[in-house]
Design a protein around this ligand. Structure first.
Ligand SMILES: C[S@@+](CC[C@H](N)C(=O)[O-])C[C@H]1O[C@@H](n2cnc3c(N)ncnc32)[C@H](O)[C@@H]1O
Length: 154
């Protein structure tokens, strides 16, 4: 199973439709679970660090024992799509569930990053969290297309 834990909801219909499309395509290969954590209200916090700590508590509550945790972070490690598919393959072959974590517009706390088995970057460019979820879905789909040898990845 692959779980995508995101802070913040997707409001734009076109992002939601894109996620739904990739999810539908992925379901023939893997079970997908999406967990959305409500973004904390910035007005209720005197600083972003405290806000991120509160969001971290909620994220960490959703993490399951034994799953491989991939935290998406601009400053993480960059991979080619083939290398990324290899990470997916290794976990799938060892029957290990994978959980991806996507932060809110304020990012993620260090506590969440420390919990990562892998800090994953999709480049040094910062993407909005809604668009990033679509990109992640596409790369998971591409990765599994590589594993299952379809014609999608060229
Ligand atoms: C708008 S970004 C947060 C920006 C925030 N200043 C930071 O430094 O994390 C929202 C989330 O999308 C994901 N994200 C955006 N761009 C990314 C990238 N290039 N690589 C990996 N994750 C990214 C991360 O999970 C991030 O927490």
């Amino acid at each position: 199973m692959i779980r995508i834990i995101s802070v913040g909801t997707i409001k734009e219909k076109y992002f939601l439709q894109a996620c739904e499309e990739y999810k539908k395509r992925l379901l023939r290969w893997v079970k997908i679970e999406e967990i959305e954590i409500k973004e904390e209200d910035e007005n209720k916090y005197s600083n972003i660090k405290t806000l991120l700590e509160r969001e971290a508590d909620k994220i960490l509550n959703h993490i399951k024992k034994d799953e491989f945790i991939i935290v998406c972070d601009v400053n993480g490690i960059e991979f080619s799509s083939e290398e990324f598919s290899e990470i997916l393959r290794k976990n799938i072959n060892s029957s290990k569930d994978i959980a991806f974590i996507i932060g809110s517009s304020n990012g993620l706390s260090n506590e969440v990053k420390r919990r990562a088995d892998l800090l994953l970057s999709f480049s040094k460019l910062t993407f909005p969290h809604q668009l990033f979820r679509v990109l992640l879905y596409e790369q998971i789909y591409r990765g599994l297309s590589i594993i299952y040898k379809t014609k999608y990845h060229k």
